[in-house]
Design a protein around this ligand. Structure first.
Ligand code: PEP
Ligand code: MG
Length: 585
């Protein structure tokens, strides 16, 4: 039994088998082909080799023209390797002798070769190992495509183990087969982690060396409450965890009865408890879990699951579906929050050096106006099907907000000219997720109809801690007094101007923070759908006076440790069943 400690990012426990999704080498499980099918595998191999050689030829010619003969040699070396009969012959022999798939034979032969190169005394060979992996990936891409295809080979329910996962990969998981995941890298509120919560599967990130130890098919326990992965668990551990799973299921079942009850405090204050979604179809989960609507639709996920920019019509249909499913309940559409860890870097020719501080979110949209306008048109058109609000993400100064609003007005005028129906009174809001927006909130109060505090980003920008980096994850804390002070300021000022303010960061779904948020004056919380019953349970157990006293005490501490210890202690008294702890920062 081997225990790996990581960062818990999505609660729950699962006992299952490992499926390794190796980022660099696209680990492929060994698969036998039926007798007689070897020839077809040989043809697949030949086709993939031919296509790879053609790629390389084009790249070599291009490099020669653009960069000169020296640079082109790299591709000539790759071509030479692929044309080398000793490598190709060995792959082909493996297919016939072992009756395996072409991709497995390619992988194994390249691995052997890489090992031999690595063991050479001459460093010239060792530096060629990366070229070998590059070449292997090229051939594999022609055989099985990118990761999605690798995942499509997952034909049994399993836990994904990977060095890292992008939100796009997580968003394209075959849902019925992915029971949980565990990565070597990653931080508590990376979008991959958020996606795990949306899928309601246990996940642990930052396990550092797990991929080196795990093999396909290994038994594993993922404990998303404590942040542990246990490889090859022994009998006693398995028994303990089976008991724990039963208890958690019983508690979840007991919360189901809250579904049709309001999110009302014991002194009768109504809290608007909403859900965060990534796809229109999730509106159903929000309502089934007892939510009063959607407080955040992360529309950029339409991109993440597509190989092209979603067209205006595709978007319109998705937003209209939201309106229909919501049936008149709250529905907040957020404009594309692309960039940073979402999509653009993976597809960019030259990735940014510092993407979280770069061209992301509203900045990206303002520099890509046709794309932004297409989205705004689709959103506005959908407002004719039901009430919807539009929200801009990551606004960091007033000019940016005014520019976004001006473009929205332009789009409204276009629609009017074209005689297309939409709701002219659509409410416009913004996220408060940068310290600059929080500090200047009074200026924004004159410009918007509502605010939503995005603590995932607010924490990272206030504390200068990358939300996706496991190395600094201990510094990422929503309980930091600086974060509390900003949230308090936003809530207080917005109240003075009579502007509603909600919280839609992961912290809002963490029951340790519920009383604090209510005590700071928030009356709307938007959380991952599966968290709705837990947060509702806390809301229905407390009164506002108690929450205000708690918030005052929490804001009097000067270290996050004191704050979190206090919040945990108070939450435990209200919802002891959640003492496993969740980590939203
Ligand atoms: C946030 O930053 O808190 C937020 C809700 O937005 P996202 O997690 O999509 O960046
Ligand atoms: Mg954000």
């Amino acid at each position: 039994m081997e225990i790996f400690k990581g960062i818990p990012v999505s609660s729950g426990v699962v006992i299952a088998r490992v499926f390794v999704l190796d980022d660099v080498h696209v680990r492929i499980p060994k698969r036998q082909v039926p007798a007689g099918a070897e020839q077809a595998e040989q043809v697949r191999l030949e086709t993939a080799l031919k296509a790879s050689l053609e790629d390389l030829d084009a790249m070599r010619r291009h490099a020669e023209e653009e960069l000169g003969a020296e640079a082109a040699k790299i591709f000539a070396f790759h071509q030479g390797m692929l044309a080398d009969p000793s490598l190709v012959k060995l792959i082909a022999e493996r297919i016939t002798k072992e009756r395996v798939t072409a991709e497995w034979a390619v992988q194994e032969q390249f691995r052997l070769l890489a090992k031999r190169f690595e063991a050479m005394a001459d460093p010239a060979f060792r530096t060629k190992v990366d070229d070998l992996w590059d070449l292997e990936r090229r051939v594999l891409r022609h055989l099985i495509g990118e990761h999605r295809s690798a995942l499509s080979r997952l034909d049994q329910p399993a836990v994904i183990v990977a060095s890292d996962l992008t939100p796009s990969q997580a968003a394209t998981f075959p849902r019925s087969h992915v029971l949980g995941f565990c990565t070597d890298l990653g931080g508590p509120t990376s979008h991959t982690a958020i996606f795990a919560r949306a899928l309601d599967i246990p996940a642990v990130v930052g396990c550092e060396t797990l991929t080196q130890a795990a093999e396909d098919g290994d038994p594993i326990i993922i404990d998303g409450d404590r942040g542990v992965a246990i490889l090859h668990p022994d009998e006693k551990t398995l028994e303990e965890y089976s008991g724990y799973i039963k208890e958690a299921q019983a508690f979840a079942l007991s919360l189901a009865e809250l579904k049709d009850l309001g999110a009302v405090t014991t002194d009768g204050v109504e809290i608007e408890l909403l859900g965060n979604i990534e796809f229109a179809s999730e509106v159903r989960s929000v309502l089934e879990d007892g939510g009063a609507g959607v407080g955040l639709f992360r529309t950029e996920f339409l991109w993440l699951t597509s190989d092209h920019e979603p067209t205006e019509q595709e978007q319109f249909e998705e937003y209209r579906l939201c309106a229909e499913l919501a049936g008149g309940k709250t529905m907040v559409l957020r404009t594309f929050d692309l960039g940073a860890d979402k999509a653009t870097q993976e597809r960019a020719g030259t990735p940014e050096r510092n993407p979280f501080l770069g061209l992301r979110s509203i900045r990206y949209c303002l520099q890509n106006l046709p794309l932004f306008k297409r989205q705004l048109r689709a959103m506005l058109r959908a407002t004719a099907s039901g009430p919807m609000k539009i929200m801009f993400p990551l606004v960091s100064n007033v000019m940016e907000l005014r520019q976004a609003k001006m473009i929205l007005r332009d789009v409204m005028e276009d629609l009017e000219d074209e005689g297309i129906a939409f709701d002219r009174e659509t409410k416009i809001g913004m996220m408060v997720e940068t310290p600059s927006a929080a500090i200047m909130v009074h200026s924004f109060c004159r410009e918007v109809d509502f605010f939503s505090i995005g603590t995932n980003d607010l924490i990272q920008y206030t504390l200068a801690v990358d939300r996706t980096n496991e190395r600094v994850s201990k510094l990422y804390s929503g309980a930091d007094p600086a974060v509390l002070r900003l949230m308090k300021e936003v809530a207080r000022t917005a109240k003075r101007f009579n502007i509603p303010v909600s919280c839609c960061g992961e912290l809002a779904g963490d029951t340790q923070y519920t009383m604090l948020l209510l005590g700071l004056g928030l009356r709307t919380l938007s959380v991952t759908p599966s968290r709705i019953p837990y947060v509702k349970r806390v809301i229905r157990s407390v009164d506002i006076g108690k929450c205000e006293r708690l918030a005052r005490t929490a804001c009097s501490f000067d270290s996050d440790r004191q704050v979190i210890a206090y919040l945990r202690d108070q939450a435990r008294k209200v919802i002891p069943e959640e003492s496993g702890g969740r980590s939203a920062g």
